[in-house]
Design a binder for this molecule. Sequence first.
Ligand SMILES: [Zn+2]
Ligand SMILES: [Zn+2]
Length: 425
Amino acid sequence: MELQRSSLYNIAPIGIKTIEVESLSGYISRLAYVHCITVGELMNHLIAPNINKKYINNIVFKGGNGFYKSSSAINSHGVIAHDFIKVIAFLTCREDIGNTTFGNCRDLVPFRGLLKNIKYWCPSCYQTDLENSGVIYERLSWTLQPIHKCLIHDRSLENVCPYCKSFMYILERKSLPGFCSRCHHWLGNFKDSNQISVDNRLYNQFIKKFFLELICTSFEKNNVPYSLLFYIENHFEGSLTKAVDFFDYPKSTFWMWKEGKSSPPLHVLIDITMKLQLDLTDFLNMRKPKVSFADHYINKVCRAKRVSKEHNEIEKFLNVIVKEKRPYSLSEIAKRLKCDRRLLAQRYPNECRYIKINYLEKMEIKKQNKDKLFKEKIDNALYTLEQEGIYPSSRKIEEIIGNGKLHEKKFQDYWRENKGSDLNT
Ligand SMILES: [Zn+2]
Ligand SMILES: [Zn+2]
């Protein structure tokens, strides 16, 4: 590589090996900021030429947002993360860049289910950064799919700018930690109004420890299948049926996991270790579970008794919905009845089939009405612009009907068909 002399500042990634560790995508936006350039410029002039692969060259030669839309991969454990670690390490002359990704989890969990596609943040973390160190940065923990609360502040992570209502991709041309990349508003505050329940607090305590182990441990291939096999053999008398009954997963899926034919996604790994009441490393080291299996079966019997009592109530409720053709989805019904959707479908297949068809029909009608209304809106906008003698470009139309509303192809086609005839008249 020829760029050795034009290396970037050697700033240190924040919080390595702690739950507050910075993400690589966030580190890249911070690098751009300290050099007084945008992420887009950093990407075009230094990162893309040094990676020099098709997926990234497109943003330089063709423009467009294709790469940014999938930029969550930068923080993951695949080829893109590997390329980015290499190039950023080279440009900053640092050897610790890999710690800002989940590169160490390659042999533990699949990419599917690992990372969120859009940006999440904790306003309290941003505000604390601003008031304490002045160095505002994005945490790696915010990017994980199963994490919905800040590990420090126990408050829900946000994903929509409260000012312009936009969501953001993990990395964008104008990304800047702590600010909206669209309207540039500050995103930090201490205004958390949600009271966290005890259950959630326990879950968060567990997740905090889990996350720390996740980023600090080096995992080996087949760690998970070996552990699953061990627990099936030693705690479920070698019976897969008993194990899936306890963990509550489909038998065939669980079989694939224990055979190493597929890997359980992160949320499943969290769930399994939680059910065994074990830390991640204890699970992988096949330590004795802290859970009492006897308690589990007693709970299950009590639950079964309760369910049979509720059986009548459920049947009555379903019959009303079928009879009155109410537009409820199965998930909504399951939620109201506080029972599992799959269980409903298994026990009441006929009622559920009917409910499903009825719901889909109602939704289709609703959608058609909505489309009709929307096309009327486009008509009105075309008419208004025509009256004012303005060319009805998509941008002008969207100024009236709302930003991004012509995104959907059917509406774009409708606009295209109708703007022509409008101009001719
Ligand atoms: Zn926070
Ligand atoms: Zn905004």
